[in-house]
Design a protein around this ligand. Structure first.
Ligand SMILES: Cc1ncc(COP(=O)(O)O)c(C=O)c1O
Length: 333
């Protein structure tokens, strides 16, 4: 892949992110750990890809008409991607978010001009869950489409058609494993499917946070959650349409403490300011590297920027309230 330095459309800024060799994780695993810099997307997260593919798909199906509204339920990052894509294409956006997500994401959505509705966090089975609320709002509104990122496979197609070929080309076809955590499953399933099309010997691994049910599903065939996590955007309790048929060979479960340790080390040792799902992904990539052995090459996703979590992950007060270890350099402030 040659990454063009001039582009004819702002939407072409989505994707074609760079892949960086992570020194500390590579040393820890005894192999090469590469991170896909998804914070380079215009909305600073991996979810810009899903947003663009979902909107283009709705246009192609004739569902989204000029001046229409894109409605979505999201932990925040997909909403930010949708708001930017909607602005670029002349649509409106209405975003429904659980009110326990980061303040920075809510402020960003309002700043981008999206209409924001927040709802209390609740179980998926509850009809007031943010996903169901967003579907209802879309149904009630003229000219609106529901993006439905969890069960709309245009989401995983984004990764099948963009993330996977980018990684394959960037590593010149020398890749042994790929892993990431699951929110909708679009990234893991789409990138996994795409990489397997290039070489079906590439090991695809799920990296699950605690509080999610997928580790037990892929390990033991039972959707069962244990523990909890404060990570935003990841942690799934069901097999979404995006996950159906995902080529998952193995699975790891990573605690918030392990993920936070890598968030801290990547910031202090490599100058990368990331969110917790990136730290969990890197810990999962190290586990996969240890399993695949010395000399192997593993890729994972650096999902979003840490600047989105200054009042949570990067706040001593917040970390203490969550009974999580406080980063050394935050202690005295
Ligand atoms: C910060 C972050 N990491 C990871 C993910 C998971 O990506 P996916 O929905 O493709 O499984 C998301 C999804 O919203 C996210 O916001």
């Amino acid at each position: 892949m040659t990454r063009p330095s001039t582009l004819s459309s702002s939407l072409d800024l989505i994707g074609n992110t760079r892949l960086v060799l992570l020194r500390g994780p590579s040393e820890a695993a005894g192999c090469e750990i590469w991170g896909k810099c998804e914070f380079e997307n215009p909305g600073a997260s991996v979810k810009d890809r899903a947003a663009l593919w979902i909107v283009r798909d709705a246009e192609a199906r004739g569902e989204l008409k000029p001046g229409g509204t894109i409605v979505e339920g999201t932990a925040g990052n997909t909403g930010i991607g949708i708001a930017l894509v909607a602005n670029a294409l002349g649509y409106k956006s209405l975003i429904v978010m659980p009110d326990n997500q980061s303040k920075e994401k809510m402020d960003t959505l309002r700043a981008l001009g999206a209409e924001l509705v927040t709802v209390p966090p609740t179980k998926f089975a509850d009809c007031n869950h943010f996903v169901h609320t967003s579907r209802r709002l879309a149904e009630e509104m003229d000219g609106a489409v529901w993006a439905n990122q969890f069960d709309n496979v245009a989401n995983r197609r984004a990764h099948l058609e963009s993330t996977a070929p980018e990684i394959w080309e960037q590593l010149e076809g020398r890749i042994d494993g790929f892993t990431c955590a699951v929110g909708t499953g679009g990234t893991l399933a789409g990138t996994g499917m795409g990489l397997k099309e290039f070489d079906d010997k590439i090991t695809i691994a799920l990296t699950d946070p605690y509080g999610a049910a997928l580790y037990n599903y892929y390990a033991h065939g039972e959707l069962k959650a244990e523990g909890s996590s404060v990570a935003e955007g990841i942690g799934q309790g069901r097999i979404t349409a995006n996950l159906e048929g995902a080529p998952i060979d193995t699975q790891f479960r990573i605690s918030d403490e392990e993920g936070l340790e890598w968030v801290a080390r990547l910031l202090r040792e490599e100058g990368l300011c990331l969110g917790l799902s990136s730290g969990i992904n890197v810990a999962g990539a190290i586990a996969l590297g240890e399993q695949l052995g010395k000399g192997s090459r593993i890729a994972t996703i650096l999902c979003d920027t840490g600047f989105r979590y200054l009042s949570s992950l990067y706040s001593a007060e917040w970390l203490e309230a969550k009974k999580l270890p406080v980063f050394d350099w935050l202690r005295s402030s």
